[in-house]
Design a protein around this ligand. Structure first.
Ligand code: ZN
Length: 486
C-alpha cells in the first residue's frame, strides 16, 4: 500500500497555483540572502546571475578534505555593495571580486561578500573563492541525506534540493542555471565521473586531474561528482549521442541489464517527448547505502544502489522534465515527479505491461476516498511543506493528474501538450500556471476546474468520464518503489 503521511492540507485560503514571489526588494545595494522560495527561503541569492562555474578542486579520500578554487563568472542585476553566495562549512581563505581582494564573513549557509568598490548593475561580476575543509552532507526536512556523501572508496554527490553548497560556493537556485567545468584531482587509481563529457585525464606524480564539462545550462542541484572505483563503458544512442556509464564493480552485475537499455530508453523517450535536450547521456551507480535514492543529475543520473530499468526510465525522463524544463520554485515539484512517474507508466505499457490507463485507475481505486493520501494536494500553492516534497502525492497524484488530463483532452492533444511543454521551455524554467495555459490552448478547453480538482483540492477528485472503461480496475496496490527515486 501507499505510505501516507498524516498531514492535513491546511491551505484553505491560499490563492490557487500562486507562485511564491521573490519577496525581497532590491532597492538597496545589498543583494538579498535568498530568493524567497516558500520551502527554502534562503536558497539562492539576489543581485546577480551566474553564467559559468569553473571549479578546480582536489579531494583526499583518506583525510576526506576537499579544497581548491571556485571561479564564478556572473552578471550583476542591480548595484551591489554586498552580495551572498551559498556555502555550507569549509574555511574560506580568500575572495576576489573582479580581480581585487574582497571582505567576506560567514552567516549560516551564507558567504557574505563585500567587494572593495560598489558594483553597478548589468556589469560583469567575476568572483574567485579559495576554500578547503571536510564537506558534510545536508540533512533534508524529510530526514534524507543530500549533497556531498562520503563513500568507502571516495565520495558521491546528489544535491536535490539543497546539497550543492555542501561542496562549492554557489547561487543555489533552480532559476540560476549555468554551464560548468569541474576539475577534480584525486589519487591515482580512482575514477571521477561528472556531468557532460570528460577531457582526457592528466596525471602528475601521485595524483590525476579529471575534468568534466557540462556545456548546457544546468541548475546547481543537478551537478554531480562521483569519486571511487568504477567500471566505465561507452556507447552511443541510435542518433549518435555519446553514452558514458560508470558502475561501482560491486553493483555491476545487478545493473548490467538496465544499463544495456540506456540507448533504447533515450531513443524511445525522444520519440515520445521530443529531441533529447543534451549532448551526452549515461548513468552512474555508486555504492552508498545510506543515501537510499537515485537522482536525475544532468546528463548522467546517479544511483546509490544497483540500477533497475524502471528507475532508469524515471531518471532519464527527468532529463526533459526537471533538467531541461526546470521548476520555477520547489513547491512546483509535481511537474518533475508527475512526468517522470508517468514515463514509467508509458514504458511499462511500451514493454507489454498494463496501459497507463490501467496504472492510473488501479492506483486510484487502491486508495480509498477517505485515505489521508488524498488530503495532500500536490499543486504549488497547496503542497504543505518541504517534508512533502518527495511524498507519494507528488509522484502518484502527479502522474494520475497527467493520465486524467489525457482522458479529458484525448491522446493527440495530450502528447502535443507534452512535446510543446518540453520544446517551449527547453533549457529554462516553468510553472504550473504556464502548464495549465498550454493545456487549455492546445486542447481548446477550459481546464481550470480540472486542475483545481487534481492539484489544489485536498480530497479525492472524481475520475474523468469513461476512465473506468475496460474493466479489471478493481484496484491494485501502487508501486512504492518510486520512493527510492527523486
Ligand atoms: Zn523523480
Amino acid at each position: 500500500m501507499v505510505r501516507s503521511k498524516g498531514l492535513v492540507a491546511a491551505a484553505l485560503a491560499v490563492a490557487l497555483f500562486a507562485v511564491p514571489a521573490a519577496a525581497f526588494a532590491s532597492a538597496s545595494k545589498i543583494g538579498s540572502p535568498g530568493l524567497g522560495d516558500r520551502f527554502f527561503p534562503l536558497a539562492g541569492n539576489g543581485g546577480y546571475d551566474v553564467g559559468h562555474y569553473d571549479l578546480r578542486l582536489a579531494y583526499d579520500p583518506t583525510s576526506h578534505r576537499l579544497g581548491g578554487v571556485a571561479d564564478i563568472t556572473a552578471t550583476t542585476t542591480q548595484d551591489l555593495e554586498q552580495f551572498d553566495l551559498d556555502l555550507r562549512g569549509f574555511d574560506v581563505a580568500r575572495v576576489m571580486v573582479n580581480g581585487a581582494p574582497a571582505n567576506f564573513r560567514r552567516r549560516g549557509q551564507e558567504l557574505v561578500v563585500r567587494p572593495a568598490t560598489t558594483l553597478h548593475a548589468a556589469e560583469p561580476l567575476h568572483v574567485v573563492v579559495a576554500y578547503a575543509g571536510v564537506p558534510h552532507a545536508v540533512i533534508d526536512p524529510d530526514g534524507s541525506l543530500d549533497g556531498w556523501v562520503t563513500t568507502d572508496d571516495g565520495a558521491v554527490v546528489l544535491s536535490e534540493p539543497q546539497g550543492s553548497p555542501s561542496w562549492f560556493p554557489v547561487n543555489d537556485y533552480l532559476t540560476d542555471k549555468a554551464t560548468f567545468t569541474i576539475s577534480m584531482t584525486v589519487p591515482n587509481g580512482l575514477e571521477v565521473v561528472g556531468n557532460g563529457l570528460p577531457d582526457a585525464p592528466v596525471r602528475h606524480g601521485a595524483t590525476t586531474t579529471h575534468v568534466w564539462r557540462e556545456r548546457q545550462p544546468m541548475a546547481p542541484y543537478l551537478t554531480t561528482i562521483a569519486i571511487g572505483k568504477f567500471a566505465i563503458t561507452r556507447a552511443t544512442t541510435r542518433t549518435g549521442i555519446p553514452i558514458i556509464n560508470a558502475v561501482d564493480p560491486r553493483l555491476a552485475r545487478d545493473s548490467r541489464a538496465a544499463l544495456e537499455h540506456v540507448g533504447d530508453i533515450i531513443d524511445w523517450e525522444s520519440s515520445v517527448f521530443g529531441p533529447y535536450p543534451f549532448d551526452s547521456v549515461g548513468a552512474t551507480a555508486d555504492y552508498a547505502p545510506e543515501v537510499g535514492y537515485a537522482l536525475e543529475t544532468q546528463t548522467r543520473p546517479t544511483f546509490a544502489f544497483p540500477i533497475d530499468t524502471l528507475s532508469l526510465v524515471h531518471e532519464l525522463a527527468h532529463q526533459w522534465f526537471g533538467d531541461s524544463v526546470s521548476l520555477q520554485s520547489w513547491p512546483e515539484m509535481w511537474l518533475n515527479e508527475g512526468f517522470a512517474t508517468y514515463a514509467e507508466w508509458l514504458w511499462t505499457a511500451h514493454t507489454g505491461g498494463p496501459s497507463p490507463q490501467q496504472s492510473f485507475v488501479g492506483t486510484y481505486n487502491a486508495i480509498p476516498a477517505n485515505d489521508p493520501f488524498w488530503t495532500i494536494a500536490p499543486g504549488p500553492a497547496t503542497l504543505p511543506s518541504a517534508v512533502d516534497l518527495f511524498g507519494d502525492q507528488v509522484y502518484l497524484r502527479g502522474a494520475m493528474t497527467l493520465q486524467a488530463l489525457r482522458d479529458t483532452v484525448g491522446d493527440d492533444a495530450f502528447f502535443t501538450i507534452v512535446r510543446q511543454w518540453a520544446a517551449t521551455h527547453r533549457g529554462g524554467n516553468a510553472n504550473t500556471t504556464e502548464f495549465i495555459a498550454l493545456a487549455e490552448r492546445v486542447s481548446g478547453r477550459p481546464l481550470h476546474p480540472f486542475f483545481q480538482a487534481w492539484l489544489a483540492t485536498p480530497s479525492r477528485p472524481p475520475l474523468p468520464a469513461g476512465a473506468n472503461r475496460g474493466g479489471g480496475t478493481r484496484g491494485t496496490a501502487p508501486s512504492v518503489r518510486h520512493l527510492r527515486r527523486r
